[in-house]
Design a protein around this ligand. Sequence first.
Ligand code: ADP
Length: 262
Amino acid sequence: AEASLRQAQKMEAVGQLTGGLAHDFNNLLAGISGSLELTQVRLAQGRFNDVDRYMAAAQGAARRAAALTHRLLAFSRRQTLDPKPTDVNRLVFGMEELIRRTIGPSIELETVGAAGLWPALVDGSQLENALLNLCINARDAMPDGGRITIETANKWLDRWTADHHTIPDGQYLSLCVTDTGTGMTPEVIARVFEPFFTTKPIGAGTGLGLSMIYGFAHQSGGQVRIYSEVGQGTTVCIYLPRHQGEGEVVEPLPAPAELPRA
Ligand code: ADP
């Protein structure tokens, strides 16, 4: 959990860094947009005298924007995954205290670990990051308090069988975080995986949490699903590939009640 805390602090620093980059990037885009608009006006008037200057400005801004994205890519490439057979129940219980500290006393935390949960083949520390991120999003959606439920299951949670036909049977387990918060409109749901998409005030959100989780899940051979209703709350499920080592005996995992508590 100490490593997770350090990682969380690192994530916050990274969030500030990337948030700053996003801001700079937006400024450059605004510059490009403005130059193009001025050009359009001049062309419509049949006056070409300043068009050169505007185009040069747009080009310069585009070059700087490209340099910024290279910095971001250089950062993201350092996040190489190290997938290992992982007991996701244990991982959740190990994170409980850190999550409690992060969400504060006005939010209840419930963890429901499936008995006999399959091991996942996943990078555990990246999954810890993802889980913490989901809990921070859940907290931010409940300014007046509420409840966060963290739930694991083989395949999917029973209540969603109908929606989850696109997840192949027997190959995935799920880690879902549910909150009783504001929920999301369909318009927001459609955009949440876009990098830098945020509805939070400048400085509060980077808009990178869910896009990084999306990238991590897909790089791991898994998926992400969102269920949300305005005024009801949100569930985000990460689907992880089941570890099925050839010729390897996978010990059945104990029921959650037998797991050591953090
Ligand atoms: P950030 O949290 O920095 O805004 P994310 O990518 O994690 O970036 O989330 C993007 C947006 O998705 C948030 O700004 C918010 O509008 C919405 N969102 C994410 N999680 C939730 C949630 N649990 N409840 C309501 N809205 C959410």
